[in-house]
Design a protein around this ligand. Structure first.
Ligand SMILES: Cc1cc2nc3c(=O)[nH]c(=O)nc-3n(C[C@H](O)[C@H](O)[C@H](O)COP(=O)(O)OP(=O)(O)OC[C@H]3O[C@@H](n4cnc5c(N)ncnc54)[C@H](O)[C@@H]3O)c2cc1C
Length: 496
């Protein structure tokens, strides 16, 4: 097969070059190694070819060639995903949107924008700022991640507390299917026109149903006033309890974030120094938006609750430069943790907001018992926790302990009535853990839905849905040694 395959590849590479131009086809080892993983660095594989179309038509034509060549395809945006969703399948192709960066239309009257899938999240908001509008979902990675990747993972962000995740903002999609046909779903107009609404299954499908090439999103009017509050606590538990109380009192800020002491230290030692006092055990960062009176009233209520739960200092600011600095610290927190160790395992779990303290405690114990460094940053208002465990991937035993702690945290969340992911997706990281939440029948139903879009599992095979039955997963010894070696195309999650 070896020599036949090379022959075949040369012809197909030439055809791909005819479609997307020479710059859009990469087969050299250097380029392919740059795509070996996404930001979930524990799983790597090498693609046979990287294809970077510029338009929907180019993407559709490229799919036909890749299909004929017998390759499976992994859609990829910026590769900032934290669960392995954009990791290549060994000897498959990557179809990336890095050259699809045009904002195609901003319609200020009807408040929507149409963009190519490779547009970087923050560029969309910049493109509509002049019209007094913005795009709601704001992942902390928003200066790098793409709108297509946000659709793939149904991403959220700090302001998800008010605005929700990507699925609340997408009005329409253009997608290339596994036959290289172009499908249009939804659109800027009214959707109650009698057709089946298929946007839901696609948003959050982690690249398993097709390549999204264009996205139509709703735009929101900029709020009249925005105030950022910083509340400092001597105890992380008290900070968590204060959030639970804010939710119980139905306060409605647009974001409630928590950073713990190790995170504060890392941020303050980095270039993103935000001015968080290093003597605080926890920082609560809150944003309040609306009219003058509304902002004043909500901010006063937030501060009252924070103080009642032991906040020893509170600050309020509407100054744009100071607000930007405070948020830069939060949004750069994962990067700042590079100071602690070379690698970071970013857990992403959801718990009922009354049980934040319990999950933080479970994570703390799991890490302490395994001699691991844990730093907590979370979208507390949504109950979306990110226990971050620093490690060095060259230390196999440490990797084993990290994955074990990660699984314990996920189990604690599921037991508490939460879920496996708030925004980073399942990918390769949490495939097996799907069995903690879903039965074999549930998973078979999901697989059937996937098959309705993509009967031959051409798109991103071996991701998200467990590759083993749940009975086998439940009886497997824990933890399983992670692999840094490329895995088999049929079972990319199998070595975890
Ligand atoms: C520092 C840091 C902070 C982060 N903070 C947040 C956060 O606050 N909120 C949050 O939600 N996430 C966060 N993330 C995770 C990540 O940035 C998001 O999941 C993001 O949406 C991924 O976008 P991407 O363009 O990098 O997609 P990729 O990583 O390239 O892909 C993600 C998934 O979507 C699929 N996909 C990508 N493009 C397409 C397409 N055009 N069509 C179909 N499928 C596609 C891929 O196959 C993959 O399964 C963070 C990551 C980092 C590194």
């Amino acid at each position: 097969m070896g020599s036949d395959r090379k022959e075949l590849s040369r012809r197909h590479v030439a055809e791909l070059e005819d479609i997307v131009g020479k710059r859009g086809v990469r087969t050299d080892p250097t380029a392919r190694s740059a795509y070996e993983s996404d930001a979930f660095m524990l799983q790597r594989a090498t693609a046979e070819v990287i294809v970077l179309p510029r338009t929907t038509a180019e993407a559709a034509a490229a799919v036909k060639v890749l299909r004929e060549a017998g390759l499976v395809v992994v859609p990829r945006g910026a590769g900032t995903g934290l669960s392995g969703g954009a990791r290549p399948v060994e000897n498959g192709a990557i179809l990336g949107t890095a050259r699809m960066r045009d904002v195609l239309e901003v319609n200020a009257e009807d408040r929507y924008a149409r963009v190519q899938a490779g547009v970087v999240n923050v560029h969309l908001t910049a493109a509509c700022a002049g019209a007094g509008l913005f795009y709601g979902p704001d992942p902390s990675s928003q200066t790098a991640c793409t709108i297509g990747g946000n659709v793939g993972n149904n991403s959220g962000g700090p302001h998800g507390f008010k605005y929700g995740s990507t699925n609340r903002h997408v009005l329409g999609l253009t997608m290339v299917d596994s036959d290289g046909e172009v499908i249009e779903l939804g659109g800027p107009g009214p959707t109650a026109d009698g057709t089946l609404d298929l946007l839901g299954p696609v948003i959050g499908s982690e690249g398993m149903l097709g390549l999204v090439t264009e996205v139509t999103v709703q735009l929101l009017p900029r709020p009249e006033k925005v105030e950022t509050l910083l509340c400092l606590f001597e105890s992380l538990d008290a900070c968590c309890d204060a959030v639970s109380e804010m939710i119980a009192r139905r306060l409605e800020p647009s974001a409630i974030e928590i950073l713990d002491r190790l995170t504060i230290e890392a941020v303050e030692a980095s270039v993103l120094r935000a001015g968080y006092p290093d003597h605080a055990e926890a920082v609560m960062l809150v944003e309040v938006e609306g009219g003058d009176e509304e902002v004043d009233a909500t901010s006063a209520d937030v501060i009252e609750v924070a103080r009642a739960f032991g906040a020893f200092d509170t600050r309020r600011t509407t100054d744009p430069a100071e607000r930007k600095r405070l948020w830069a610290g939060r949004k750069g927190a994962f990067g700042a943790m590079g100071r602690i160790a070379p690698d970071l395992y970013v857990a992403d779990v959801v718990a009922p907001r009354t049980r934040l303290r319990e999950i933080v405690s479970a994570a703390t114990v799991a890490c302490r018992e395994r001699d691991l460094k844990l730093a907590n940053v979370f979208h507390a208002g949504d109950g979306n926790l990110h226990p971050n465990i620093s490690y060095d991937r060259r230390d196999a035993d440490e990797v084993r302990r990290v994955l074990e702690a990660g699984r314990i945290i996920m189990e604690a969340c599921v037991r508490a009535g939460g879920s496996l992911t708030g925004e980073h997706g399942i990918g390769l990281e949490k495939q097996d853990e799907m069995c903690l939440v879903f039965s074999d029948d549930d998973l078979a139903a999901m697989d059937q839905l996937r098959g309705a879009f993509d009967p031959s599992a051409f798109w991103n095979p071996g991701k998200m849905l467990p590759v083993r039955g749940c009975r086998e997963v439940h009886t497997r010894p824990l933890p399983v040694e992670p692999s840094t070696e490329p895995t088999d195309a049929q079972a990319p999650g199998g070595s975890r």
